[in-house]
Each structure stands twice: as C-alpha cells, then as structure tokens.
Ligand binder design. Structure first.
Ligand code: PMP
Length: 345
C-alpha cells in the first residue's frame, strides 16, 4: 500500500476540522450546559448528540471484535461511501475501479464527486478476476470497490481473489459486507490488522432490521477512520439513532433469530420458484434476496405491481437481462408472491 498521505487529497490531509462544543471539554462530569446555544427546555431532544458516538462505539466494539478506534459511524453506509471519495479522490484527476454489476451508489458517488468510475464486468458465474481488476488500475486509481455478497447478484466472491486484490493493490479496497450476516463466509473484519488498505462496510439496515434509523458502519485502521471522522458533518448520527442502535445491540439474539428465519425462507422461496413456469433460472444467494431470470422481467414486474407486490426489476443492469431481484420477506409475504406467480400466464 502507498503511504496514506499519498492516497489522501492534500486539502483533506491538511484540514483542520470543525470543533464542535461537545468535542472541546473532556473528562469533567458537567451538569450546566451553557455552551452550545441550545434550548434548556424539551429534554432530552434539546441537546446535541455526541459527535463521536462514544457510547454506541463502546457497545459495538466487543460485538464486532474491533477497537472503537477502528469504527466510523455514518448516516447509512451510503455516507461512508461518499466520504471515501471526498477524502481520497481528487475530482477530474483520480479514478476508482469497481465490479459490474454491483450496488449503484458507488457510481452515483463517483459521478457526484466527478471521479472517473472504471467498471469491470463479472464473469457468467458472477465472479471477478483480481488480475482483470488490477489491469485497469493506474497511478491515479485510489479505490477499488468490492461488494460481497454482491448486490444484485447475491453471491459471495472467492476469498482468494479478494485477498489478491488486497495484497496487490496499492490503494484502498472498500469491501461492502452489507449482506454478510446472511452468508456462511466469515467477515473480513478479522483481517483489518493484516491489510492496512482495507475498509469494511456494514450496516444496520439489513440483518439488524433498522433501515429507518440510517446507521452505517465503516471499519478500518485508526488512521483511515480518523480521516473520515475529520470530514463528516459534526453531528452526522442523531441522538434517536444512537439510542435505538444501543438498544438493538442488547437484542442481538433477536437479530440472530431473524437471520436464521430469513435464510430458511430464502430456501423456501428458491424451492418454490423452481416449480414456476415463468422462472428460467435462480441464482445462488448468500444474502437476504436472490436474483432470478424470468420469461419477461418487465411484464412480470408490472403484473406483480398491479397486485400490490413490489420486487426489483434488474432487466437493464449488466448481465441481468430479464432478471428480477426478490427480497426475502415473511412466510405470508413470500406465499403471496408465489401464489401470484403461479397464476401468471
Ligand atoms: N451497500 C449495499 C451493497 C447495499 O445494497 C445497500 C442498500 N441497499 C447499502 C450499502 C446501503 O446501506 P445503508 O442503508 O446503510 O445506507
């Protein structure tokens, strides 16, 4: 890996961050707060939240088996995706490399930040070759985006290929593990010490059942986390979210049960789909959704919408012609989908 300073935009490396009032005093048990121009009434919502989310990170760190200094928390993992562009990619000069198809926000953030986005097509098994990814990098490539299990294809990537990228790429590797809880593959979080160029993304939006609270996690070296923390909005994770997330962390056993149930429901849906005449192929999934090739994605999508059932039409995405992406729901929801498709002519 190149030195982090060399990978970072010079203005970001030199940036003196905004110092919020809650950053400035430390270690004293204060009880009179007349420093932040808050309203003294309407507690507890009158106070600004902890900008560094210390309590939440302290609760999360042992669960993820990392130090609090390895954790960045943001307004969804989408915030972390945007911040890596802003920290490392010089607009109109640097570029990033990603697999195709994959999660759409990497390209949107690249476009917003005016950073060249280089796509490398997956093979017919939806796998990538590290050599092919590395071949399109040059001295201006700052980031490589990998998403495993991948959205929308649903599969895990081969570990050896991911490690090859981590070993051979001189820039930073963003490994998006939004769906890792649903897969048998261990997370790469245990490899943070081995790979200083690794940034792992996870989220409260999937297994944790908290898409509404908007809470994403990035795990990386303390130096990388320090850079992301320096450029985020001071109060990027609101108080209600921090409180709800800590509550969820105490209910992790419930999350484990949800994940177990959803994996069983995924198998149930896949088995039921095999018998449907409009289904041509079901792609193996390690996530809480699966991709399926159907006789006519657009027609079936519209047919389901008319019945009040919404799936994702991925027809226009690379390698996904006539494919629908189906999220695993409850047994009642899954049965409604299956029944509707059984009636499709
Ligand atoms: N990464 C992937 C691969 C996703 O599919 C999604 C959401 N669909 C996200 C990240 C965004 O997660 P969040 O809700 O934490 O912003």
């Amino acid at each position: 890996m190149k030195a982090l300073k060399e990978l970072t935009r010079p203005n970001i490396w030199d940036l003196k961050p905004y110092s919020s009032v809650r950053d400035e005093y430390k270690g004293v048990e204060a009880s009179v707060f007349l420093d932040a121009n808050e309203n003294p009434y309407n507690g507890p919502h009158n106070r600004y939240p902890d900008p560094m989310q210390r309590d939440l990170k302290a609760a999360l760190a042992p669960i993820k088996k990392v130090a609090p200094e390895n954790i960045f928390l943001g307004n969804g993992s989408d915030e972390a995706i945007d911040l890596v562009f802003r920290a490392f990619c010089e607009p109109a000069e640097d570029n990033v490399v990603a697999i195709d198809p994959t999660y759409g926000m990497y390209q949107v953030c690249a476009d917003v930040n005016n950073v060249d986005y280089r796509k490398v097509l997956l093979n017919e098994d939806f796998q990538f070759s590290a050599d092919q990814l590395l071949a399109v990098t040059d001295e201006h490539t700052k980031l490589i985006f990998l998403c495993s299990p991948n959205n929308p294809t649903g599969n895990n990537f081969l570990r050896e290929e991911i490690e090859k990228v981590l070993n051979e790429f001189e820039g930073l590797v963003i490994l998006d593990e939004a769906y890792n809880d649903f897969s048998d593959e261990p997370s790469f979080l245990t490899k943070l010490d081995k790979y200083p160029n690794l940034i792992v993304l996870q989220t409260f939006s999937k297994a944790w059942g908290c898409a509404a609270i908007r809470l994403g996690m990035a795990f990386a070296s303390p130096e990388i986390i320090g850079l992301l923390s320096k450029i985020k909005y001071p109060y990027n994770v609101n108080q209600l979210t921090q409180k709800q997330a800590i509550e969820m962390l105490h209910r992790y056993y419930e999350v484990e049960r949800w994940v177990e149930t959803l994996i069983k429901e995924r198998a149930y849906l896949e088995e039921s789909f095999v018998a449907l005449s409009c289904v041509e192929k079901i792609y193996p999934s390690d996530a809480n959704f699966f991709l399926t090739k159907v006789s006519d994605a657009k027609a079936i999508y519209n047919y389901l919408v008319a019945k009040g059932i919404i799936v994702r039409n991925r027809n226009s995405i690379a390698l996904c012609k006539d494919c629908l992406r189906v999220t695993v729901g409850t047994r009642v929801e899954n049965d409604r989908l299956i029944e509707a498709l059984q009636q499709y002519k």
